[in-house]
Write a protein that binds this ligand. Structure first.
Ligand SMILES: [Zn+2]
Length: 241
């Protein structure tokens, strides 16, 4: 009897374990998708942006809930950038590559202060977006401070977190702080797990300086150099079946 119970337990564990392996393709992990036609994506409503921006459907739903709650508190959330393809990220990268000075490694490090190497951006996933301003100085102004402190205290209730918080004790390396960049934890955490399982440096080639990805260790030093607030992890555990 004991044996049967044990067997049953391990079977349930195995089935649950298999189900919990996130099922994403390499292409969608590195942005080689078309959010316009991908069934999992939707366009952000024009009241929240004046651009052609796409997010994963569940992310957009959670964002709308958050934006409505923010409006009640007198805060207008506004999306400047959402899903970006590999091609778009390559344009951003190569534009900076051509403008910046120095040897290839110096250029790459300089770009990596704020921008990702193609194939390594959370913007590829449809789970992340930039809000209100891309200038760090904006968040030092009165209205910028008000928006940020609202997000800091409320965003986690809707599943969002700021992956690139202040560099220091909580995050030792990676991009500089981005107070505008927010991420939907329930989906993004799955995508990161899948990314770490599937993506290799040979998957992200075909742009200036691509060969530096490996030597600069961008997977460890940037993709995984994020901060996850504890309250979000607890919330996630509580919501699990
Ligand atoms: Zn961003």
């Amino acid at each position: 009897m004991k044996k049967i119970v044990l067997l049953l337990f391990s079977a349930v564990f195995v089935i649950y374990g298999f189900n919990s392996i996130p099922n994403y393709t390499k292409q969608e992990l590195i942005g080689k998708i078309d959010p316009y036609t991908h069934k999992g994506f939707t366009k952000v409503k024009s009241r929240y942006t004046d651009r052609d921006i796409y997010l994963r459907k569940e992310v957009n739903r959670a964002f709308e809930k958050m934006a409505k709650a923010a409006t009640k508190d007198g805060i207008n959330l506004y999306i400047l950038s959402g899903t970006r393809t590999y091609t778009r990220q390559s344009e951003i990268w190569e534009d900076k590559w051509n403008r910046f000075e120095g040897n290839p490694e110096e250029k790459a490090r300089e770009i990596l202060r704020y921008s990702s190497m193609p194939g390594t951006s959370r913007h590829h996933w449809g789970t992340d977006f930039d809000l209100n301003s891309l200038e760090p100085e904006f968040f030092e102004t009165k209205s910028g401070e008000k928006i940020y402190s609202w997000l800091e205290s409320q965003a986690w209730k809707f599943g969002f977190f700021q992956p690139y918080n202040k560099l220091g004790d909580n995050r030792k390396r990676g991009y500089k702080e981005e107070k505008w960049h927010w991420s939907y934890y329930p989906t993004a955490s799955q995508l990161l797990r899948a990314y770490n399982n599937l993506i290799e440096y040979q998957d992200i080639l075909g742009f200036e300086g691509a060969e530096l990805g490996d030597s600069l260790d961008v997977f460890d030093h940037y993709v995984n150099a994020i901060y996850i607030p504890k309250n979000l992890e607890f919330q996630q555990i509580r919501n699990q079946p």
